[in-house]
Design a protein around this ligand. Structure first.
Ligand code: THU
Length: 142
């Protein structure tokens, strides 16, 4: 693990940024990705202050693969925490990756304004709000 990593400024994350990033990095080691070999780790921070992390989990039937972001959000919801204030997404790459379209829609259910921090093996951090990444998310309005 790299030392002296720059921590991005986020008022919302405050002093929990490095904890959230480290959780995402660490859980990427648990990725089950025998098909793509693309390790992903995601960690969400909930409004109750909880951190839940999960990796991507692939399947021989490729389309049923679970992305790390959806897996991490599901862990939070399963623990009763449905309000996500921020997510960190770590990929073992030189440049950060942003969440796929399906994950953007899935996450928006739990706060369309959440902060999205995308990190990789270098110091660059891409930061967004979810509604920047997915304007006009689908909602059911009857
Ligand atoms: N993946 C994620 O975990 N999150 C994303 O936002 C996009 C892709 C995973 C799914 C699959 O296991 C691997 O990355 C390659 O697509």
């Amino acid at each position: 693990m790299k030392k002296n990593r720059k921590i991005p400024t986020s008022k919302l994350l405050g002093d929990r940024a490095e904890e959230l990033f480290e959780a995402a990095r660490r859980v990427s080691e648990m990725a089950y990705c025998p098909y793509s070999h693309f390790h992903v780790g995601a960690a969400v921070l909930t409004s109750d202050g909880g951190i839940f992390a999960a990796p991507n989990i692939e399947n021989a039937s490729y389309s049923v693969t679970i992305c790390a972001e959806r897996n991490a959000a599901a862990q939070a919801v399963a623990a009763g925490q449905k309000s996500i204030v921020a997510i960190a997404l770590y990929t073992r790459t030189a440049t950060p990756s942003t969440p796929c379209g399906a994950c953007r829609q899935f996450l928006s259910e739990f706060n369309p304004r959440m902060e999205v921090h995308c990190i990789s093996d270098r110091d660059e951090v891409l930061r967004f709000t979810l509604d920047e990444l997915l304007p006009n998310a689908f909602v059911i309005s009857l």
